[in-house]
Design a protein around this ligand. Structure first.
Ligand code: FE2
Length: 240
């Protein structure tokens, strides 16, 4: 969380979706757990990590959420300062989309720190035009870079409409450990639609055990292209 990050080496591994904000949501109970999670990330080879907590606009108080996130960021900063071997941490929110979210004052504050990137979780069920119009306005009127969280969870045809419309996505590592559907995810990556991968880590039970399967399905070149896209989203200068 330093103010001027040094350039990253080519294809640094980035976990773009990790619930490691201490005490901010159900993914991480406190600093001890966050430290354990960051250690798992480091041991899996992650050079950077996006620490997120859920923001549900229909039930969460906006100011409360930002305060929780800020407190968590300070705790993560202290953990990182004590151990330089841990991944570089960026703080963000996993924002559940609802109609009209584009009108939220201060929406930009939900972006990943120092970036214009907003990690958006689509709701389950059928997506209304009101909902997808909201996405459009967040992109065009608020000028934010939307990244669709764990796109593998939704109806593939619905997601592909968004991907074709220029919304990139993040996929969870465990999506590649499933029996079916991994070929489709690889195709998405080949089309350049996948800009990030993530553990979606909650607690310390699963950790990064599905990362090797994701790397195997995607292959080295596609995986590295995705890490590069992630670095760009975080505004990191990438050394060729
Ligand atoms: Fe999540």
């Amino acid at each position: 969380m330093s103010s001027m990050p040094p350039p990253v080496k080519h294809a640094m591994m980035i976990d773009f979706h990790a619930h490691v904000q201490p005490g901010a949501d159900h993914g991480c109970t406190g600093s001890d757990m966050a430290q354990a999670q960051l250690t798992l990330a480091r041991d899996a080879g992650m050079g950077a990590l996006v620490a997120v907590s859920h923001y549900y606009p229909m039930r969460d108080d906006f100011a409360d959420h930002l305060r929780r996130r800020e407190r968590a960021a300070s705790k993560l900063q202290a953990i990182a300062a004590a151990d330089a071997s841990l991944p570089r941490v960026f703080c963000g929110s996993e924002v559940t989309l609802c109609p009209g979210l584009d009108r939220l004052d201060g929406l930009e504050n939900l972006c990943i720190s120092r970036t214009n990137a907003l990690l958006v979780e689509m709701p389950s069920g059928k997506w209304s035009t009101k909902l997808t119009d909201t996405l459009e306005r967040i992109r065009y009127e608020r000028g934010l870079d939307i990244l669709l969280a764990h796109a593998e969870r939704y109806d593939a045809a619905d997601v592909e409409q968004l991907l074709m419309g220029g919304y990139p996505c993040q996929l969870n590592f465990d999506a590649f450990a499933r029996m079916f559907g991994t070929r489709r995810l690889r195709t998405w990556a080949q089309k350049g639609w996948v800009h990030a991968l993530g553990s979606d880590i909650h607690g310390v039970q699963v950790g990064y055990k599905h990362l090797p399967k994701a790397q195997k399905v995607l292959g080295r070149q596609l995986t590295e292209e995705i890490w590069m896209q992630s670095a760009r989203l975080l505004g990191l200068e990438v050394k060729k």
